[in-house]
Each structure stands twice: as C-alpha cells, then as structure tokens.
Design a protein around this ligand. Structure first.
Ligand SMILES: [Zn+2]
Length: 195
C-alpha cells in the first residue's frame, strides 16, 4: 500500500497513519473518518457515543455487531448445571457484540470485549462533537468477528466449572463503526460513555 499518497477525500489534507495496517483514520483537518481500502479512500459513517463527562481523552473505535451467539454444545468437567444455566441466560440476552478496533494488546481487547458483551451497554449516538478525532482503526470487520470468537470463549472459560468443549456459532450482520469515549487505566481501558 502506498501510504505516501493518502489524502482526505473530503478536504485534501494529507493523512498520516501511525500503523501500516490502518483500516480507518480521522482527518486531522476536517475530522472526517476515512476508510482506507487497497483501491482507495472513502468517507466512513461513524456513530459517536454520547460522553458521560465533558472531557474526552480518546474516541475509541469499536465494531458493533447486532447478532446472536448460539451455543450448540457446552461440556464441562463435573458438568455444573449452574454454569450451563448462566451461559444459557447470558446468550439469550446478548444482542450486541463489541470488538475493540484500535491497536491494543489482544489480552486487553479480550478483557474489554468480554466485559461489554456481558454488560450489553446501549450507547447513545450523537452528531460528531467538535474536534472529535476517532483513534486509528486497525481491525477489519472480519477480524473483529474472529476476536469475538475469542471473547465468547473467554467468557465461557471463566465460569466456575472446567470447560472442556464448547461449540457455538455467531450469527451477525455487517457491523457499524462506533467512536466511544474512553481512556487507558492501568493495564486496561475504561469507557466514559453515557449509557
Ligand atoms: Zn479532511
């Protein structure tokens, strides 16, 4: 990919991604979010989540899928009925799947994603606030879906039984890109969106 030739399709400003595997980047001049494809650049629709506080440190990109997780088989050592029941209850309620999409360690992405999938926050979309710059997106939607496989597995492995085997499918349509206010806190991330 020729990174040198990247210019904002909206205003012509040069775009300077920090990561070679950039998927979407905000223009520092006009704040348009731009999708970077092999064959060109296009403005990208982004949903901005209403912040809980006035000051927003980062606008973090997430792919949010609407979908369902179907557990086909869950085997555990000892076969705890309680854990099976918890699993059934959770996945019955889950309708939104969140995949962190900026450059962050996989362990952090799993931790944050699993927290959100279990909590099912409903973010409120607002028009792009003045000067809101979405952090560079490096995860493609299909890789976000792969990350969600790990997230489902993480959630199930953390229950109080010894998970031996898990078979499931994720049924989801194309995701939307959300910019969610947040900040780094220690080794993890804290979201500061209103829910
Ligand atoms: Zn621009």
């Amino acid at each position: 990919m020729k990174l040198l030739a990247l210019r904002c399709p909206q205003c012509g400003q040069k775009l300077e991604p920090q990561q070679a595997d950039v998927v979407a980047i905000a223009c520092a001049h006009c704040f348009t979010a731009v999708a970077v494809h092999q064959n060109g650049l296009q403005p990208l629709d982004v949903y901005y989540a209403a912040p809980a506080q006035e000051h927003v440190e980062r606008w973090l990109p997430f792919w949010v899928f609407h979908g369902r997780v179907h557990i086909q088989r869950r085997d555990s050592q000892g076969g705890s009925k309680g854990a099976d029941k918890e699993a059934a209850q959770l996945w019955q309620q889950v309708q939104r799947l969140y995949a962190p999409a900026w450059h962050l360690p996989v362990a952090q992405a799993r931790e944050l994603g699993s927290r959100l999938v279990q909590a099912q926050p409903l973010f409120q979309a607002i028009p792009r606030p003045d000067a809101a710059l979405i952090s560079e997106t490096v995860i493609l939607p299909e890789d976000g879906l792969k990350l969600l496989d790990f997230i489902v597995l993480t959630i199930e492995a953390e229950r109080k039984d010894w998970l031996r085997d898990l078979k499931f499918t994720i049924e989801a349509g194309p995701p939307a890109l959300w910019a969610i206010p947040g900040r780094q806190q220690g080794a993890g991330w804290q979201l500061t969106a209103r829910t």
